[in-house]
Design a protein around this ligand. Structure first.
Ligand SMILES: Cc1cc2nc3c(=O)[nH]c(=O)nc-3n(C[C@H](O)[C@H](O)[C@H](O)COP(=O)(O)OP(=O)(O)OC[C@H]3O[C@@H](n4cnc5c(N)ncnc54)[C@H](O)[C@@H]3O)c2cc1C
Length: 387
């Protein structure tokens, strides 16, 4: 066999998984070369993640987190979720929960650059940049991968981290349930007049959902999930018009806003692979599941997949075949329930806050206020989001 594991896809999740593997040889396939790390004084890119404390600890253990300059990371000390009746509010607080931060905000480019740098320290990791896998031949001993450039190589196990459209998933014949949300997320960064005090704010607006996440300094990152036409119109508006709309939707809580950089839009879909594994093949990250960004949990779920799969492989018996059905079953058992649970929570919230029914409207705002007054429920929600 040429390598133990072939990792297909070098997004956040594939890179992290390749870094987390111990004592196993890896070939990492990336269609594009990595982007250089952003300069420490460059404006933030529009792709931002809220990373959970559990995943920050994981990235720290892999010596990835330490490589991101402090100036490119912001802690979230408090989270405010607003209902759509102008009154209901749910507040989460890091101090009361006894933690440093509820989440950490980091830009995609800085995190990916840190992951690529950390991979340089890893022995037996062959990076095959600028190539793609076009076919798989699986037998009882291993998998032979055929590449676009005509080359082939063999591995014991193939890990698909190639994103929501996952060509590998299709090659393995794994079906998906996919449904567009009918929304696009408009992302943009703003300079704000008032201090954000490291508070992440979110407004449910009876369908649309606006989030303003704190960045270092007096800047915020916006994710505004809107019906597709409205998202397109917003993206086409002038920077001034965009700023005024966001100020109005957020009740001017951060004062006057000025746009920094170029806004972008991402069409949103819900997707679940019907199986997480096939013969000698495992799916991780968006290749396995895509959830609405309203809870900022998509990448977090994917990083958990990487963490769990690397842990299962590290804990195997010395002679155990890493592509065996037993190993794959362990992964599927460990991940199926947390993935389903997150999908159910995110989709439930999306449906609840989109319903035009007046009774449902009262109920959802009552639910927010009730959760606010029930410390046990609040703590449960928090623990789920922080793992
Ligand atoms: C607006 C928005 C905001 C979000 N905010 C958050 C947040 O705050 N927190 C959070 O946890 N999540 C968030 N998410 C979700 C998060 O962006 C995704 O879950 C995450 O990027 C998935 O990472 P991935 O590595 O699995 O897939 P991807 O990032 O899609 O990476 C897949 C990689 O595979 C490569 N690839 C594709 N085809 C092939 C092939 N044939 N061969 C080899 N490689 C291939 C691609 O080039 C890419 O590099 C957000 C999503 C959106 C849309």
């Amino acid at each position: 066999m040429d390598v133990d594991i072939a990792v297909i896809g070098a997004g956040l999740v594939g890179l992290c998984f390749a870094r987390a593997l111990r004592d196993l040889s890896v070939a990492l396939l990336a269609p594009e070369a990595p982007q250089p790390a952003p300069a420490s004084d460059a404006p933030f890119g529009a792709r931002i993640y809220a990373i959970s404390p559990g995943n920050v600890a994981f990235l720290r253990a892999l010596r990835v987190w330490q490589r991101i300059p402090e100036a490119r990371v912001a802690p979230v000390h408090s989270m405010q979720v607003h209902g759509d009746d102008g009154r209901a509010r749910l507040v989460f607080d890091a101090y009361r929960a006894g933690v440093d931060a509820l989440a950490w905000i980091v830009e995609d480019a800085a995190l990916q650059a840190a992951l690529w740098q950390a991979l340089e320290d890893r022995e037996h990791c062959e990076k095959r940049v600028g190539t793609q896998c076009t076919a798989l031949d699986v037998d009882e001993r291993g998998v032979r991968l055929r590449l676009r450039d005509g080359g082939t190589f063999a591995a014991h196990l193939v890990v698909g981290a190639d994103g929501a459209q996952s060509p590998l998933r299709a090659m393995a014949g794994i079906a998906v349930r996919a449904r567009p949300y009918g929304q696009s997320a408009v992302v943009a960064n703003f300079e704000c007049e008032r201090r954000h005090d490291n508070v992440a704010r979110q407004w449910f607006q009876g369908g649309p959902i606006l989030a303003l996440l704190p960045l270092p300094g007096e800047r915020v990152s916006m994710v505004w999930s809107l019906p597709e036409r409205r998202a397109e119109a917003l993206l086409g508006s002038t920077p001034e018009a965009l700023c005024r709309e966001v100020e109005q939707a957020s009740g001017s809580v951060l004062g006057t806003l000025s746009l920094v950089g170029t806004p972008r839009a991402f069409p949103l879909q819900r997707l679940a692979a019907q199986r997480l594994t096939a013969s000698r093949l495992v799916l991780i990250g968006d290749a396995a599941h895509v959830v609405h960004p309203l809870a900022g949990q998509g990448a977090n779920l994917g990083l958990q997949d990487a963490r769990v799969l690397a842990g299962i492989l590290a804990a195997r018996a010395p002679v155990e075949d890493i592509g065996s059905a037993r190993i794959l079953r362990r992964y599927e058992r460990a991940r199926a329930e947390p993935i389903l649970a997150m999908d159910a929570v995110v989709n439930g919230l999306f449906g609840l806050f989109r319903s035009p029914d007046l009774g449902v409207g009262r109920l959802r705002n009552f639910g927010l206020n009730l959760t606010e007054r029930l410390p046990v429920v609040k703590n449960l929600l928090m623990r789920q989001a922080m793992s």
